[in-house]
Design a protein. Structure first.
Length: 130
C-alpha cells in the first residue's frame, strides 16, 4: 500500500488497514530506514527516540518533523506502508516513483531537487504546444 505525506506532515493509513493494535495510544519512532508506528508499551514516554500520541479512529496521524527528517521524508513524498507481524506499521520512502503521476518505473530522470520524473511525464512536459 502506498500513501502520500501531506504538506502538514500528516498521513492517512485508513482504519481498515490499521487494525485493532493501533487504536488509541501508539508510539512513533524514526530512523534512516523509515518511520515505525507501533502499539504503545509502558515506558515508551521515557525513550528519547520515541513519541507517544493518541491515534483515534478516522484521524490522520501527524508524523513528527524530527522523524521525517531522519528518514529523509518531506511533504508530498510517497511512502510504502508495510505491516509488521507485531501489529506495527513501517513507513519507508517509496523508490522509483514519479513525483508527478506516482507511476513506478525503472527509467526515471532525477531532477535537481532530487525528485524523479517518468518517461511519460517527461514527454508530456516537453511536448510542443500548438
Amino acid at each position: 500500500m502506498r500513501r502520500r505525506i501531506s504538506p502538514e506532515g500528516r498521513i492517512n493509513i485508513g482504519n481498515d488497514a490499521r487494525g485493532e493494535p493501533l487504536a488509541g495510544k501508539v508510539s512513533i519512532s524514526g530512523s534512516v530506514h523509515g518511520i515505525l508506528i507501533s502499539p504503545y508499551q509502558l515506558g515508551d514516554e521515557a525513550r528519547p527516540d520515541c513519541k507517544v500520541t493518541v491515534w483515534e479512529s478516522g484521524q490522520r496521524l501527524v508524523l513528527p518533523l524530527q522523524f521525517r527528517q531522519k528518514a529523509g521524508l518531506i511533504a508530498g513524498d510517497t511512502v510504502d506502508v508495510l505491516f509488521r507481524e507485531d501489529g506495527g506499521i513501517l513507513l519507508v520512502k517509496a523508490t522509483n516513483i514519479c513525483a508527478l503521476c506516482g507511476e513506478q518505473t525503472e527509467d526515471m530522470l532525477e531532477m535537481p531537487n532530487g525528485r524523479l520524473v517518468c518517461p511519460r511525464c517527461r514527454r508530456i512536459l516537453c511536448a510542443d504546444e500548438p
